[in-house]
Design a protein around this ligand. Structure first.
Ligand code: HEC
Length: 155
């Protein structure tokens, strides 16, 4: 027969697991920033757009990801890294030169759409980043930038 587990043992077990998972840390190194390959540089974007995108998009879609202190604590760290990897795979504004015209078009279309629908920045990011809760004016500024870049592609 199983003995009834005591609370103490359960908590100790959880603590041991928590300590052990800390050994699986995430890679927080950013790839090299090559300014000439960055969308905002290439487009000579208005400074308002540059500042805003650096602040609210570049933590998941660039080579300048800033990791918060809690990115040192597993399993939160894995979850954050997952967002960065996933975000980068979908849109990397820092490596803009690597995309074909069709890919650029599709990312710019998605960017306008996702910002317009308030799907970007992602909701969980907004919990701890008040500046990522964009106003209507901020969203309009980003969308008009994405749309004007898109229009340049077809020229
Ligand atoms: C905290 C991380 C994070 C931030 C900050 C963030 N994104 Fe994302 N982004 C993601 C993730 C994760 C995905 C993939 C979502 C999916 O496919 O479900 C994504 C997907 C996208 C996509 C691809 C959409 C598609 O067509 O599938 C675009 C475009 C995008 N983000 C633009 C932006 C813009 C613009 C900003 C800033 C206003 C921003 N993101 C801020 C994490 C982030």
């Amino acid at each position: 027969m199983f003995k009834k587990l005591s609370w103490k043992k359960v908590l100790m077990g959880l603590l041991v697991v928590f300590v052990l998972i800390q050994f699986r840390s995430i890679d927080k190194t950013n790839p090299e920033v090559i300014r000439e390959n960055d969308l905002l540089e290439m487009a000579d974007a208005p400074s308002g757009v540059v500042d805003l995108m650096h602040e609210v998009c570049y933590d998941c879609h660039s080579h300048s990801v800033r990791y918060p202190w809690y990115a040192n604590i597993a399993p939160v760290s894995w979850w954050i890294k997952g967002h960065v990897n996933h975000g980068l795979a979908k849109a990397n504004y820092a490596d803009w030169n690597a995309y074909t015209k069709v890919e650029k078009d599709s990312i710019l279309t998605g960017s306008s759409r996702f910002v317009g629908l308030k799907w970007m920045p992602i909701i969980t990011y907004k919990i701890n980043h008040a500046e990522a809760r964009l106003s209507l004016e901020q969203r309009e500024m980003l969308i008009s930038f994405f749309d004007s870049e898109k229009a340049k592609l077809s020229k």
